[in-house]
Design a protein around this ligand. Structure first.
Ligand code: MN
Length: 233
């Protein structure tokens, strides 16, 4: 028996890559807050403000293969679990102080993600000026589909983005409506943190966030990327 660790270390969290056998090993998950104007308004804000970020742990991911239905358990403590459909950018080359003009060189590919949120707990923390982790960074809070390499992903920055719950539209917009586009987001992020290969950026959600309950099935889509299907159990 190995004596290198006092208990077995957790496995590396990784995501399948479309068209490749090798998987994408995950380092960190960065998330952008209020990055679509109509969503900022529905959350009680007016629109463009400097981008701001929060994180989720890598092991909050629920990795769903192409064509599969993932499952997330309805989380503890909340009575108001919200979906946020998001385009996710996957970083392949790290760096700090990256300029927007150079940012695309750092992107490996794109995926569809859900930033699941215990909204009641997040709102309580906001009111008290406390950190959001209890609302945002809990287990299974970050479902994600396969990563599509940039060359195969098409024009995701102008793609339609949507989520349906039980077959009914909840959110439908276009990634073109991002307040801070992906290049600008990478510039801001990499001014504050040194980006690493394996980092994921959940780029924000459009308007229409709402509650789901156990038994609901979510179908998230960014045109050009594999559909993300998740059931709440
Ligand atoms: Mn979000």
């Amino acid at each position: 028996m190995s004596s290198e660790y006092v208990f077995p270390p957790p496995a590396v969290v990784s995501i399948p890559v479309a068209g490749q056998k090798a998987r994408f090993p995950v380092h960190r998950i960065y998330c952008v807050g209020r990055n679509y104007e109509e969503h900022a308004k529905e959350m009680g804000f007016t629109g463009r403000e400097p981008p701001f970020f929060f994180m989720k742990p890598a092991d909050a991911l629920v990795v769903v293969d192409d064509g599969a239905t993932g499952e997330i358990g309805y989380p503890s403590l909340t009575k108001n679990l919200h979906h946020e459909i998001e385009l996710v950018a996957a970083i392949g080359t790290g760096g700090k102080g990256i300029l927007a003009a150079d940012a695309h060189k750092h992107i490996f590919g794109y995926a569809v993600g859900l930033d699941m949120t215990r909204r009641d707990l997040q709102n309580d923390m906001k009111k008290q000026g406390r950190p959001w982790e209890i609302g945002k960074a809990y287990e299974q809070s970050a479902p994600i589909g396969p990563i599509v390499p940039v060359a195969a992903a098409g024009d995701v920055e102008n793609a339609e983005i949507s989520v349906q719950v039980n077959g009914t539209d909840r959110q439908r917009s276009t990634v073109a409506k991002l307040i801070w586009n992906i290049a600008e987001t990478i510039e801001h992020l990499s001014a504050a943190w040194e980006l690493q290969p394996g980092d994921l950026i959940y780029t924000g959600t459009p308007e229409g966030v709402a509650a789901v309950v156990a038994g609901d099935t979510l179908v998230g889509e960014v045109k050009g990327l594999p559909v993300l299907t998740v059931k709440v159990v």
